[in-house]
Design a protein around this ligand. Sequence first.
Ligand SMILES: CN1CCN(C(=O)c2nonc2N)CC1
Length: 246
Amino acid sequence: MWFGIVSLFPEMFGAVTDSGVTGRAVKKGLIDVDFWNPRDFTLDVHRTVDDRPFGGGPGMVMKVEPLLAALTAAKAHAGAGVRTIYLSPQGRQLDQQGVSELVEAEKLILVCGRYEGIDERIIETEIDEEWSIGDFVLSGGELAAMCLFDAVSRQVPGVLGHEGSAEQDSFMNGLLDCPHYTRPEIFKGLAVPQVLLSGHHENIRRWRLKQSLGRTWLKRPDLLQHRNLDKLEQTLLDEFMQEHRS
Ligand SMILES: CN1CCN(C(=O)c2nonc2N)CC1
């Protein structure tokens, strides 16, 4: 999978291109990333990338020409079939379903705005989709782009090594994740659930599923609205609810 990043702060992306699971995927060539910085496309001695908004008001807007030149260069590099995304609170809120759709794209350009944003005409003429990571305001699109980059990259075959991790990620099966434990067996007087020490894989699988269902019921019941439970899942959830109430 290939990502083209248009950003005034490409150095921020080291957090995902040089570290962790995604950093290893880049190193292995499972994920390719290229950067285009609008500042490199300025023509004035001060390398100006922002301008005052028409109509006045606070803040600045990213200058049209350097941004367009950077984006044009990114699209030329990408070739056909690339989807160009602008990170913005106006966009579709990113969730695991959206991640699953985006990973099918194979080539994504992520445009990161700064200041008050980018000229609306760039959005109208150059952007295919707007995506948001939540209803809050960031200082720029870079952190949102890194979230999208990480979540989408995790779904690329081979990135997680044993594919199971992706499946077991929260939201991959529409439920919250189960609890996780590691050594020591007793920590602050709290023991690891015995079933996890039993070595009985089917019992462990059922316990984890029951915990996922129960946690989702307690913390995110809205997710259950859209999740058809099979017979076993309903039985396990009923058990959890009964135990929770007793
Ligand atoms: C111009 N800039 C404003 C701030 N911003 C965001 O708050 C944001 N992006 O994606 N999800 C979000 N929330 C990015 C774009």
